[in-house]
Design a protein around this ligand. Structure first.
Ligand code: ATP
Ligand code: MG
Ligand code: FE
Length: 336
C-alpha cells in the first residue's frame, strides 16, 4: 500500500510517500522557519502564502523522489486539523485536487495521530501502549489499546510544553523556534537554577507549564533589578530539568498503572535530547520498552501523516471532497 501524505497545519509544507505504513519512500519538508524568525513566531497569513507557493512543488518532489506515478498510489492522506485554518486549507485543497484528478480516495488525518504514528516508521506498535505527546500545541498522554483507538488520560491545563520552551527561549533572547536552542544551552550547562515542578493532584495525569514559565520570568526580573548577570545556560538547564522530570515521572506512573507493553513519545518536544535521555534511561531501568522517532520525524512532517493515513486506509476510513479544515479538531478513535 502506497499512501501520499500531505501536511500544512502550521509552518511546514510537507509531502511524503510511505509504503505499508512503515517505510518512507520519499519525505519532503519545506520549512518557513527562516521567514517566520523575523516575527518571533508564526504569522498565519504569511504561513498560508508560503504554503500556496510551495505545495505543488513539494508534492511533485515527493512523487519524483519516490519514482512513482500517481496511478501507483492507493490514497491521499492529508492533515484535516487541528492547526491554522488558512494553512490547513492549502493542504486540503491540494489533496482534493490531486485525489480528484487521479481518482484516489482522500483520508483526513488528525495531526496528533500523525505525530503518534511517526513511531510506526521506526518499529511496530505493541498494545496497549502509552503515547506521551509533547508538541508546540499539545501536551497529553493517550492510551491506545489497538490501532486507531485513543483514550486521553491527561493533558495540559495551560501551556503546551513546546509553547513553554518557545516562551522561555524568548525571555532568554534566543531565536524562534526556541526549543532546540534551550536544549543546546541546557546540555552545555554545568549548573542549574532550581525551578518548581507542577505535580498537580497526586493522582493527576494532567500537566501545567505556565507557573514554570512565570518562575523563569520572575527569576530574570529579580536578578536584573539587583544588577545581577543572567546565566542563560543555568536557567535553560533548570527549566529543562523541571519539564523533563515532570514528564518522565508522570509517564512512568501511567505506564505502570495501565500496564502497557510499550511507551512512545511523539511531537516536536520529543526531539529534546534531555527528554529523550531521561525517558530512555528511566524506562530501561523499569524494563518497559520505549520508542521515540528520529529527531527529523518528531517535528512536523508528512511521513507521519501518511503512516497514520495508512492505518486509516486499512480500517476503511475514507473522507470525501467536502472535507474542510478543522482548526479545533479533537483526537477521536477511528476504531472503537
Ligand atoms: P502541534 O503538533 O501541537 O499542533 P506544532 O505542530 O506547532 O504543534 P511541532 O512541530 O510538533 O508543534 O513541534 C514544535 C515545537 O517543538 C516547538 O515548540 C519547538 O520549540 C519544539 N521543539 C523542537 N525541537 C525541540 C527541542 N530539541 N527541545 C525542545 N523543544 C523542541
Ligand atoms: Mg512547526
Ligand atoms: Fe506538530
Amino acid at each position: 500500500v502506497y499512501i501520499l501524505g500531505i501536511e500544512t497545519s502550521c509552518d511546514e509544507t510537507a509531502a511524503s510517500i510511505v509504503k505499508n505504513g512503515n517505510e518512507i519512500i520519499s519525505n519532503v519538508v519545506a520549512s518557513q522557519i527562516e521567514s517566520q524568525k523575523r516575527f518571533g513566531g508564526v504569522v498565519p497569513e504569511i504561513a498560508s502564502r508560503h504554503h500556496v507557493e510551495e505545495i505543488t512543488l513539494v508534492i511533485e518532489k515527493a512523487l519524483d523522489d519516490a519514482g512513482l506515478a500517481p496511478s501507483q498510489l492507493n490514497a491521499v492522506a492529508v492533515t484535516e486539523g487541528p492547526g491554522l485554518v488558512g494553512a490547513l486549507l492549502i493542504g486540503i485543497n491540494a489533496a482534493k485536487a490531486f485525489a480528484f484528478a487521479n481518482a484516489l480516495p482522500i483520508i483526513g488525518v488528525h495531526h496528533i495521530a500523525g505525530h503518534i504514528y511517526a513511531n510506526q516508521l521506526v518499529q511496530p506498535m505493541e498494545f496497549p501502549l502509552l503515547a506521551l505527546i509533547v508538541s508546540g500545541g499539545h501536551t497529553e498522554m493517550v492510551i491506545m489499546r489497538e490501532h486507531g483507538s485513543f483514550e486521553l488520560i491527561g493533558e495540559t491545563r495551560d501551556d503546551a510544553a513546546g509553547e513553554a520552551y518557545d516562551k522561555v527561549a524568548r525571555v532568554l533572547g534566543l531565536p524562534y523556534p526556541g526549543g532546540p536552542h534551550v536544549d543546546k544551552l541546557a546540555l552545555a550547562s554545568e549548573s542549574a537554577v532550581e525551578f518548581p515542578r507542577a505535580w498537580l493532584e497526586a493522582d493527576s495525569y494532567d500537566f501545567s507549564f505556565s507557573g514554570l514559565k512565570s518562575s523563569v520570568i520572575n527569576y530574570k526580573h529579580n536578578l536584573e533589578q539587583r544588577g545581577g548577570i543572567l546565566d542563560a545556560e543555568a536557567v535553560a538547564a533548570g527549566f529543562q530539568q523541571s519539564v523533563v522530570e515532570v514528564l518522565t515521572v508522570k509517564a512512568v506512573r501511567a505506564a505502570k498503572e495501565y500496564d502497557v507493553k510499550q511507551v512512545i513519545a511523539a511531537g516536536g518536544v520529543s526531539a529534546n535530547r534531555g527528554l529523550r535521555n531521561s525517558l530512555e534511561s528511566t524506562f530501561a531501568k523499569e524494563h518497559i520498552p520505549f520508542s521515540v522517532p528520529p529527531i527529523a520525524l518528531c517535528t512536523d512532517n508528512a511521513a507521519m501523516i501518511a503512516a497514520a493515513g495508512t492505518q486509516m486506509y486499512l480500517s476503511n476510513v475514507r473522507g470525501d471532497l467536502s472535507m474542510n479544515g478543522r482548526p479545533g479538531m479533537q483526537l477521536v478513535s477511528w476504531n472503537q
